[in-house]
Design a protein around this ligand. Sequence first.
Ligand code: UTP
Length: 297
Amino acid sequence: MRTQVTKAIFPVAGLGTRFLPATKSVPKEIMTLVDRPLIQYAIDEAREAGIKEFIFVTSRGKSALENYFDHAPELERELRKKGKDDLLHTLRQTNMDSGAIAYIRQHKALGLGHAVWCAHRLIANEPFAVILPDDVIAGEPGCLRQMVDAYADTGGSMVATMEVAPDQAASYGILDVEDTIGPLVSVNGMVEKPSPGSAPSRLAVIGRYILAPSVLRNLRNQKSGASGEIQLTDAIAAEIHQGRNVFGYRFAGERYDCGSKAGFLQATVAFGLGRDDLRKELTAYLNEVIAIRGVAQ
Ligand code: UTP
């Protein structure tokens, strides 16, 4: 039987420069979509997929993130006293079991691959998941659950993938596709941030991974790649050259790039419209804005 995936690494040590000045003091992962921080969406997706151990790779200035996972007994007491049971329930859902979270420091932002490598001592010889919280994926079941189910049949390593427009390819890791069977893509190679016109396909790697422990060994010897950073994509591509299987998984669901301002705003609108308590008011507002813009043009 295949080893179950019970550990997930959340690399959250990036500088978040696209959201400056906000990220000067607020970690990107704490920024809220409607009323929940990005990290909460990532944690919920991981729990749904059967993850039991949550490993955060953090850096200086991320203490708000660590505090977020502490229990809040005074707040809970106050809500209980006031009979605000719904809020109490919401708050309790964010509580994590003692010992379920580990924090590792990445002392310098040397790239995503380096951040993942920083957690290697907490991963024994077992497969593990990686979740980038700034890729928010709305899906039922969640993207990682879909991947864990597919991985039970395939083994190897697996990356979430979706089609992007050709002019977007240079911002992503891109798959060199051997074959496609339903949502599964067998992969010949991967290129991080291909130069314009050289992308081997339109299938981009999105921030969900299930990785074989050998990827960590590859990372140990990894030199910097695209953008001068130690790239996770390169260490996964090395798996293929070493004769191990790598798959892409075309997940069902909507992905929002919350690492970019436009993506974050789109996600805010989409998640707002998805909420029963906000839909009516937000729809009326959006219709009004569109109507006013239409007249002005
Ligand atoms: P990004 O490429 O979005 O970089 O990282 P960033 O620093 O977060 O944001 P910008 O581009 O400056 O605005 C993708 C993921 O990898 C993590 C980030 O925290 C994010 O979850 N990361 C990146 C690290 O943990 N360490 C690094 O050295 C680089």
